[in-house]
Design a protein around this ligand. Structure first.
Ligand SMILES: [Zn+2]
Length: 670
């Protein structure tokens, strides 16, 4: 009840400086606890003044603390998004303040991005004043996200004006391109400063937003009122505000996913064209099944209502970002109307939805930070992202968003890429998680040597193995679904965070079935020096990775969407459509001939390069064809003779004679 923050908080709330309020509170508390020290010592009347002083002090303490609670004013935030199409936002804030030095922060560590990705470079036009008088601000020389000001005597608030310059560059996550002439995704963390001191849960914000004329919007943020293009939101904590982006656009559609039921679920779609909104009734039905299957998996919800914010545009960054009560999903304009686009993006919405449970409600303690300044620790991202990726894969099939056959094809691709990771010789999976804040921005060249954010797909493989292990240990009576219900379920209700540690995760698994889970995971997470991916789940699931001479439908679709080409499993190259070599696998024939990333393939056996020509010439090696690659490396061009004779190779899964647990896992629960 009486922690070290208490006197400081009272001072902040009452507008009394810390050095004055701390002694006052300590004095009152001391008198309450030891009244005799401060009361007259006349025997006959000792009890009267002692009790009176105790009661008086208690009254004053209660008064001080209740005054502080009710006296707190929310931060006022007014955002003008009317110029979003030309990629600039304007914001004004009024922040309660007390006279004296004050530190303001621009949000730095963005939840879900696991990195200090707040776009501080795009903060502009910063002006701070109080009572109409400009205040000088100084950026901290070390912490670039901190600004120092001195609040003048008598002031009770500061006023801030800032602009946010929204990039047209699609690189990055929420700090990447997020506005077009037709739509905008507004991330509140980009548009505000907040005062140092309190946890973001304890800072309240009242936000208002002005949108471009005739734009509609969707958000999980509760709305107070809408007046034409002005939206006033209910006062919420800074945590909830940053957790509740707004998607707005000229072409907008709201799709109800659980009509008449509570909590409500929606897809709010904004697109660059009216036709891009045309989700078919069959597609909508699959998303309705996604809600039912996910609820059957977790058996509880931790939100008031849930909004999939879905932005469809080829001009914006493509990614997904999870929130408690919504998700920010950004993908291609033809997502609903092109089969390949839809197939490659099939697990995007399931992934972000699963995060409402795994990542938001239950969160690794290193990622449950008190504000946006405290660094995040990614040690358990193989759970946060790996388990989410696994159940996105499972739920995409259970809800019919993808067929089990195509799902297996994507699994084969992911497993095979990981199986060729040369970097696992030196780097553990755990290190990819710890270093996530570096690896999200890592280049694709030499990725096999470096390893990327492998905790997603390799984490998924490990959780598949854990699922098959539970099924085997319990003779099919239990599965990882039971762990989801016990660890992520609990009573339904509004958003809350329940942090967990590695040990409590192991305890949770042991309540499903007793096993040495600690050794199971540590062997897979921390090991180095092996050249193989953890494929035990695929094999226990009744399949094995095999190589065939034709790319799967999943690989074809991925290459079409990503505009690249993979002959990684034959000669060890990935290229883009122009022949630029994205990466080489170090132990494979192309690398051994001397080819490296960044070079450009010009011709194959004297035939001008195209993806089909390369594949055709690789195919001929099986019947004695050579493979002479003409490759440009900066100003020089040379011929590289690739010593390879085995034709085309592409990964698939084939049955291995064991019971097909993998097929059971993908069957709908409802
Ligand atoms: Zn994720």
């Amino acid at each position: 009840m009486f922690d070290s923050q208490f006197p400081i908080l009272i001072g902040w709330e009452l507008g009394i400086e810390h050095w004055r309020i701390r002694p006052i509170s300590i004095f009152l508390f001391a008198v309450f606890c030891f009244p005799n020290t401060y009361s007259p010592r006349h025997e006959s009347v000792a009890n009267f003044p002692t009790m009176s002083i105790r009661v008086l002090c208690l009254f004053l303490l209660v008064l001080v603390s209740t005054t502080s609670v009710f006296g707190q004013q929310p931060i006022l935030l007014r955002v003008d998004a009317t110029e979003a199409p030309r990629k600039i936002y304007h914001a004004e804030l009024t922040i309660p303040a007390i006279p004296g030095p004050m530190n303001l922060f621009y949000p730095k560590w963005i939840p879900g991005e696991h990195a200090p990705t707040g776009p501080i470079t795009d903060l502009a036009g910063l002006k701070i004043s109080s009572g109409g008088r400009p205040l000088e601000w100084r950026r901290d020389s070390v912490e670039m996200f901190a600004f120092h000001i001195v609040v003048p005597t008598g002031a009770s608030s500061v006023d801030i004006k800032l602009d946010f310059l929204s990039t047209p560059d699609a690189a990055g996550f929420s700090s990447g391109a997020s506005a077009t002439s037709e739509l905008a995704i507004l991330s509140w963390n980009q548009l505000l400063l907040y005062p140092e001191g309190r946890a973001s849960d304890d800072l309240e914000v009242s936000a208002e937003l002005r949108l471009p004329a005739e734009w509609k919007f969707g958000t999980a943020l509760p709305v107070s009122k809408v007046n034409d293009r002005d939206v006033q939101f209910q006062t919420v904590s800074l945590t909830t505000l940053v957790d509740s982006p707004v998607l707005a656009g000229r072409h907008f559609r709201r799709i109800e996913l659980s009509p008449g039921a509570r909590p409500a679920h929606y897809i709010d779609v904004a697109a660059d064209s009216e036709e891009a909104l045309n989700a078919s009734p069959e597609q909508i039905e699959k998303y309705r099944r996604l809600i039912k299957e996910t609820q059957a998996l977790f058996n509880a919800t931790h939100y008031r209502e849930y909004h999939f914010l879905l932005a469809l545009s080829n001009q914006i960054a493509h990614f997904g970002l999870e929130h408690h009560e919504s998700s920010d999903n950004q993908t291609r304009e033809d997502y609903f109307t092109d089969a390949a686009s839809n197939l490659v993006g099939a697990s995007l919405l399931p992934h972000e939805y699963v995060h409402s449970w795994n990542g938001k409600y239950r969160r690794p303690d290193g990622l449950a930070t008190r504000d946006f300044e405290q660094p995040m620790k990614g040690d358990l991202l193989w759970v946060y992202e790996g388990l989410t990726e696994y159940f996105a894969w499972v739920l995409a099939a259970r809800s019919g968003l993808i067929t089990p056959e195509l799902n297996r094809q994507f699994l084969a691709l992911d497993a095979s890429v990981l199986d060729l990771r040369a970097g696992r010789i030196w780097r553990s999976l755990a290190d990819t998680a710890v270093a996530a804040q570096l690896l999200y921005d890592a280049r694709p060249d030499w990725e096999s040597m470096r390893r990327g954010v492998d905790f997603y797909d390799e984490g998924s493989l490990i959780w598949l193995e854990a699922d098959t292990m539970i099924r085997k240990l319990t003779q099919g009576k239990k599965s990882l679904d039971d762990f989801c219900r016990s660890f992520y379920g609990g009573p339904s209700g509004p958003a809350q965070v329940k942090p967990y540690s590695f040990d409590s995760l192991m305890e949770g698994l042991n309540t499903v079935v007793a096993y040495d889970w600690k050794s199971f995971f540590e062997a897979r997470i921390y090991r180095t020096g092996t050249d193989r991916a953890p494929l035990g789940g695929i094999e226990a699931g009744g399949y094995r990775v095999a190589l065939v001479d034709k790319p799967s439908e999943a690989q074809r679709a991925s290459e079409q969407i990503q505009q690249n080409l993979s002959v990684a499993f034959s000669i060890g190259l990935t290229l883009n459509a122009d022949g630029l070599i994205i990466d080489v696998l170090p132990e494979m024939p192309a690398a051994k001939s001397g080819i490296g990333p960044g070079m450009k393939l010009v011709s194959v056996n004297n035939r001008k390069y195209s993806g089909e020509v390369l594949r055709e010439e690789i195919r001929k090696t099986k019947s004695g064809g050579q493979l002479d690659l003409r490759v440009a490396n900066g100003k020089s061009v040379g011929t590289y003779k690739v010593d390879y004779h085995d034709g085309e190779k592409y990964p698939i899964l084939e049955r291995n004679g064991q019971p097909a647990l993998l097929d059971d896992i993908l069957k709908p629960l409802r």
